[in-house]
Design a binder for this molecule. Structure first.
Ligand SMILES: CSCCC(=O)C(=O)COP(=O)(O)O
Ligand SMILES: [Zn+2]
Length: 213
């Protein structure tokens, strides 16, 4: 198996696992895996597909501009520019973008603050953070309709410790050095989002108020 085939299979396997979680509603979501650094080439999902299906047209190889490396009738994900930013600004080898109810709710609740920070949670160790009072912060950006503006804004909030960015009422983009690590980060964040929403709702109920956050 060639390196490209192995990376294709790695990404397809991650896609299948996220599909099992029902994290691609309405053809949303896109995934990529880096193939080379110089020049930057990566496999990215073709746009508009039902990501729950596994076909031999699921991915295409693109360059740093999101242009297909080989002639193809496939169109790269509309959000390929965000994946390119991740590879240009971090040491990521794989990048995942999903829309879930929980990540959308958190992005709206904390959108005005521009970020959400989690601490005091065991799952923070999924980010290789082992300190007693370790914390993980996820920046939140507005969902600009213009994808170039979105990608530029996205790039400005990525710092050395950033592992993910929430896009308000849209979804999350998460990365890791491999498919395994990117998936681990995504699963950990979705756990933290779900926990936070449930806890806040129950605390309001406990305070005798309606279950609105
Ligand atoms: C139907 S969801 C709208 C587009 C989007 O946000 C997304 O994640 C999927 O876009 P793609 O071009 O990658 O299919
Ligand atoms: Zn999206």
């Amino acid at each position: 198996m060639s390196t490209l085939e192995a990376l294709w299979t790695e990404l397809a396997d991650v896609k299948d696992e996220l599909a099992l979680r029902d994290w691609f509603p309405g053809t949303s979501g896109n995934l990529s895996i880096k193939v080379s650094d110089d020049p930057l080439n990566f496999l990215v999902t073709a746009s508009g597909k039902d990501k729950r299906r596994r076909t031999n047209e699921d991915f295409l190889l693109v360059d740093a501009e999101g242009i297909a490396v080989d002639p193809t009738h496939l169109r790269a994900s509309a959000e390929t520019g965000l994946h390119a930013k991740v590879y240009q600004l971090t040491d990521a080898g794989c990048c995942l973008h999903v829309h879930t109810v929980d990540n959308n709710v958190i992005s709206e609740l904390y959108g005005d603050e521009g970020q959400i920070t989690f601490r005091g949670q065991e799952l923070i160790k999924a980010f290789n953070i082992w300190e007693e009072d370790g914390a993980i912060t996820v920046p939140i950006i507005e969902n600009y309709a213009d994808l170039k503006t979105l990608a530029e804004c996205f790039g400005t909030v990525i710092g050395p410790d950033t592992r993910a960015v929430l896009i308000r009422n849209h979804g999350i983009t998460v990365w890791g050095r491999s498919g395994f690590e990117a998936k681990k980060h995504l699963e950990a964040l979705e756990f933290l989002f779900s926990y936070h929403i449930k806890l806040k709702s129950l605390q309001k109920l406990h305070d005798g108020q309606p279950s609105l956050i």
